[in-house]
Design a protein around this ligand. Structure first.
Ligand code: XBP
Ligand code: MG
Length: 253
């Protein structure tokens, strides 16, 4: 079977959005609502085990704010907090606050030039994806992606595989025709659950996650003048990820 499509996670994979993006936006929203909650870098690393911002805030209150008296309409508060957080986060992106990871733009451009189909499968809110693509990839680049599966479009977020299944169904593709790109344990559980071969690019928050199921684990996609480090997998003589390497991984075991 030919390699027809590449499906990308967003947070941590296309860009390092968590520590200096989402985390700061959550904290700004808490301040705006007069809450004395503050997620430091280490605490946020633990909270990342729960995907989805609304789910993460609820988990935080249950696990780390035992004295917080939940208002009757706690769910509405969480929704309002999350809307504020999305506003703060997309404002940061509009200011060009978060660059793409090395090699991402190069690989996407190569894929496009060769007619490879592209898609996104993420737990983050759709506005966040649009803002990142618009301001950090290229104006109008949301149209590079045939499907953008994001946020609450499926009820069960990663590590459930639903978002990948949603994308595959909409593209009328079988998992064996695609490769997925992820950065985290929750992410690879989702992609492997949908039977997708998965390439991992790690980051500071995910370097110690279990990626035994990955086709390859790399420090990043690499660039011609800034090669990747290989943590797992066979890259031959390659120093950065290109379509030739992806095709080799796709046919390989
Ligand atoms: C990303 C997430 C997201 C973001 C916050 O996981 O967990 O929840 O941290 O996004 P993945 P929202 O990279 O596996 O998709 O606040 O918009 O939910
Ligand atoms: Mg991710």
């Amino acid at each position: 079977m030919f390699l027809e499509a590449l499906i990308f996670d967003v947070d941590g994979t296309l860009a390092d959005t968590e520590r200096d993006g989402h985390r700061l936006a959550f904290n700004a929203a808490f301040r705006e609502f007069g809450l004395d909650w503050n997620w430091d870098v280490a605490t946020y690393g633990q909270l990342l085990a729960v995907t989805g911002g609304k789910e993460r805030m609820k988990h935080y209150v249950d696990a780390l704010q035992p004295d917080f008296v939940k208002p009757k309409d706690f769910d509405s508060l969480v929704i309002e907090l999350h809307q504020a957080k999305t506003r703060h986060y997309t404002t940061l992106l509009a200011q060009g606050g978060i660059p793409l990871r090395p090699g991402v733009k190069r690989l996407l451009q190569e894929a496009r030039s060769q007619g490879m189909r592209l898609a996104i499968a993420t737990t983050t809110t759709p506005e966040n994806v649009s803002a990142l693509l618009e301001h950090s990839l290229a104006p109008g680049s949301a149209s590079w992606f045939e499907q953008i599966g994001a946020g609450d479009i499926v009820p069960a977020k990663k590590p459930a595989s639903d978002i990948y299944t949603w994308v595959l169904e909409r593209m009328r593709l079988k998992p064996a025709q695609c490769l997925a790109f992820e950065d985290s344990a929750n992410g690879i559980q989702a992609s492997r659950g949908a039977q997708l071969k998965t390439v991992i690019t790690i980051n500071d928050y995910t370097a110690d996650h279990d990626f035994t199921e990955a086709t390859a684990v790399l420090s990043g996609l690499g660039e011609p003048d800034a090669p990747f480090k290989v943590l797992q997998g066979d890259v031959g003589a390659k120093q950065y990820v290109d379509l030739e390497l992806l095709r080799a991984w796709h046919v390989g075991a």
